[in-house]
Design a protein around this ligand. Structure first.
Ligand SMILES: C[S@@+](CC[C@H](N)C(=O)[O-])C[C@H]1O[C@@H](n2cnc3c(N)ncnc32)[C@H](O)[C@@H]1O
Length: 214
């Protein structure tokens, strides 16, 4: 059971205000949010005839986009309030109670996608999660992760200084406490499982990592 359930249950009703720019403290983290979701959908375009699993669906913005584009999506989300919010947005969405380390899937799938969610796992948990997803992917399957990650320790330190100067104290706390990785460390997890990867910067915080098993 993820540690963050209470926080996300509470955040569910106002979460969309944050991602669509009404929370100034987080504006840079969610800059280009719609573009980020769209880019994820492009990365799995070749999986349209298969099944795409979104983990950490939140209020359902990415699943909604994928559904509208004609993908068969199954959502997995540990927070009951987030599951309710997503279900209101996309009544047809199959959404399951689960999380990165407990994937309630009976069959192999074509892709896993996750936006702004993977950082809730420690590094050891990320390794475990990638192994789990890998075991549930069809040959040629993809894993697409959009999240805050850093090109270097120096970059992260500079960002922390800026956030301090901006007095964005909630974001500052996140930067100290959440499990954001260096890009190189994250890539290493996928490399170790035999994946090739592409990576693209989407704003000052978020990159999209697309990993494929060839
Ligand atoms: C910041 S929200 C992102 C929601 C959505 N993906 C988006 O891009 O707007 C993070 C989501 O991840 C979920 N979450 C937290 N820990 C998780 C875990 N261990 N496994 C899967 N989802 C998790 C939260 O409940 C929340 O809905």
């Amino acid at each position: 059971m993820p540690d963050f359930n209470a926080l996300f249950d509470q955040w569910a009703s106002s979460y969309d205000d944050t991602v669509y720019g009404k929370n100034h403290e987080y504006a840079e983290v969610f800059e280009n949010y719609t573009k980020i979701l769209d880019k994820i959908s492009t990365q799995v375009e070749d999986k349209k005839s298969g099944t795409v699993i979104e983990i950490g669906v939140g209020t359902g913005n990415l699943s909604e986009l994928l559904t509208k584009k004609g993908f068969h999506v199954i959502g997995i989300e540990p927070s009951s309030e987030m599951r309710k919010a997503a279900k209101v947005k996309i009544p047809s969405l199959e959404i399951l109670d689960g999380h990165f380390l407990s994937l309630p899937l009976k069959q192999k799938v074509d892709a896993f996608v996750a936006s702004y969610a993977f950082h809730h796992l420690t590094y050891a948990e990320k390794i475990e999660s990638v192994k789990l997803m890998d075991g549930l992917l069809k040959p040629d399957g993809k894993i697409v992760i959009a999240d805050t990650m850093f090109e270097s320790k120096e970059y992260k330190l500079k960002l922390i200084e800026k956030v301090k100067a901006d007095r964005a104290f909630n974001l500052l706390k996140d930067l100290y406490t959440e499990y954001y990785e260096l890009i190189e460390d994250l890539i290493q997890i996928f490399r170790a499982q035999g994946y090739t990867y592409e990576i693209e910067k989407m704003n000052s915080y978020v990159w999209i990592l697309t990993a494929q098993k060839n």
